[in-house]
Ligand binder design. Structure first.
Ligand code: NAP
Length: 279
């Protein structure tokens, strides 16, 4: 599997696993744990979660899924902006560590910009780093200006943003800038999440034609396209084992120049600056 390096030099698989909507329904918990474990078995060892998901429920699921396998996993979680002052960030991190049942988080992100001055959040991140509670930190849902400010305040490892064939706005400014900085971007909702939005992506005739030519599903092509982008980590969420195996196989799909051109026609790249897409 393709790997991507953070500025720290830490290398991770370009294909990880998301956990939004996990930990919300006790009846689904065992399936969610099994799904994450299958993902680890398949090499998708970066797991992305957040204190927000299921109000801690997703972190509890992750904690059970990685029990006894901590060393295999690159663990990412996020602090709520309303918790992200000096004391609040450190307290939120302690709660996440407890739910995840680990001593250290690999990458701790500010979930979106907002409530407190960034230097205060980053002071807290630095204190957590010094205490060995997190290895590195970054942000999520920051646009280009936000990132330019962020790198002036601290050692940001990544920006986690919405990116898929339909939501390509970051290609105009943020993505090239992150590449220049040697900073990977983490693409969330690479399959455009669920419902009507996902149906609009997966039912696109241009995508269907490329999928048919490769003998794979439209979701696999959509994911292969995200993974084809330089410096991008994709974190699809999947509980269905068929989806997990399909996603792993998507990492091995090689899109030819003619496939990429067909996808550009179906999902035109941005020609001007757009406000950052967010979920
Ligand atoms: P997503 O990964 O784009 O899509 C998830 C949906 O697609 C689920 O319904 C899943 O079904 C289905 N799916 C997965 N693989 C599939 C396949 N091969 N074929 C068909 N369907 C497939 O959406 P997401 O959960 O919004 O985004 C991924 C992760 O990014 C989240 O889980 C979260 O960790 C992160 N995220 C971060 C932010 C942020 O603000 N930083 C925002 C949103 C998401 P099953 O589960 O039934 O398999």
């Amino acid at each position: 599997m393709k790997t991507i390096s953070f500025p720290s030099g830490r290398s991770v698989p370009a294909l990880g696993q998301g956990t939004w909507n996990m930990g919300e329904d006790p009846a689904r918990k065992q399936d969610e744990i099994r799904a994450l474990q299958l993902g680890l078995d398949l090499g998708m060892t970066l797991i992305d979660t957040a204190e927000m998901y299921g109000e801690g429920g997703a972190e509890l699921v992750v904690g059970e899924a990685i029990a006894g396998r901590r060393s295999e996993v690159y663990l990412v979680t996020k602090v709520y902006p309303h918790n992200a002052n000096l004391e609040g960030t450190q307290a939120a991190c302690e709660r996440s560590l407890k739910r995840l049942k680990v001593d250290c988080i690999d990458l701790y992100l500010l979930h979106w910009p907002g409530c407190f001055a960034l230097d205060e959040t980053f002071d807290a991140f630095e204190a957590l780093k010094k205490a060995g509670k997190i290895k590195e930190y970054g942000v999520s849902n920051f646009d280009l200006e936000g990132m330019q400010d962020a790198v002036d305040c601290g050692a940001v490892a990544t920006d986690q943003v919405l990116y898929n064939l339909i939501k390509r706005g970051i290609e105009f400014d943020l993505l090239p800038w992150c590449r220049q900085q040697g900073m990977p971007v983490m693409a969330y909702s690479p399959l455009e999440s669920t419902g009507r939005e996902q149906a609009a992506l997966l039912g696109n005739p241009g995508l269907l034609a490329v999928a048919e030519a490769h003998g794979v599903t439209p979701a696999q092509v959509a994911l292969a396209w995200v993974l084809h982008q330089e410096g991008v980590i994709a974190i699809p969420k999947a509980v269905d084992p068929v989806h997990l195996r399909a996603n792993r196989a998507a990492a091995d799909i090689r899109l030819a120049a003619e496939d990429l051109a067909a996808l550009d026609r179906a999902f035109p790249p941005p020609r001007r600056r757009r406000a950052l897409d967010m979920r």
